[in-house]
Design a protein around this ligand. Structure first.
Ligand SMILES: [Zn+2]
Length: 127
């Protein structure tokens, strides 16, 4: 298994402290099924910058999945106006964090997040 002497699974940096990322709960408070290959594959190790971006990527992915369900008319966490509002705020925060990051993110492009935010803004949830 990889260890602290290995390299970051995202950007490949070596010689820095790496942390094994435990994702725990997703953005909507649901617990990850760590045995399910689709949600949590083999444990990965990330440097500090990438582990921060990995958390942003996870939230972005969760919100995208729920938004797609909403668009398809399926039951979605975003049908709840409070969750919808919280998701929109989180996306703005993610864009700000990505734009403020000095290093290029190999995990998440702020353009993708901005695009989702624009799509989100075209939808009105009855309060
Ligand atoms: Zn890294």
């Amino acid at each position: 298994m990889d260890s602290a002497s290995g390299s970051c699974n995202a950007c490949g940096v070596t010689g820095t402290a790496l942390m094994k990322l435990s994702l725990g709960k997703d953005f909507f408070g649901r617990t990850y099924d760590r045995l399910s290959p689709s949600t949590d594959q083999s444990p990965k190790w990330y440097c500090e910058g990438c582990s921060m971006q990995k958390n942003l990527q996870r939230d972005f992915r969760d919100i995208t999945a729920e938004f797609d369900k909403l668009g398809a008319g399926q039951s979605s966490q975003l049908s709840n106006p409070d969750e919808f509002q919280r998701a929109a705020l989180r996306l703005r925060e993610i864009v700000a964090l990505l734009d403020a990051a000095q290093n290029f993110s190999p995990l998440l492009a702020s353009g993708d997040v901005k695009h989702l935010l624009e799509r989100l803004n075209t939808i009105t949830i009855p309060a």
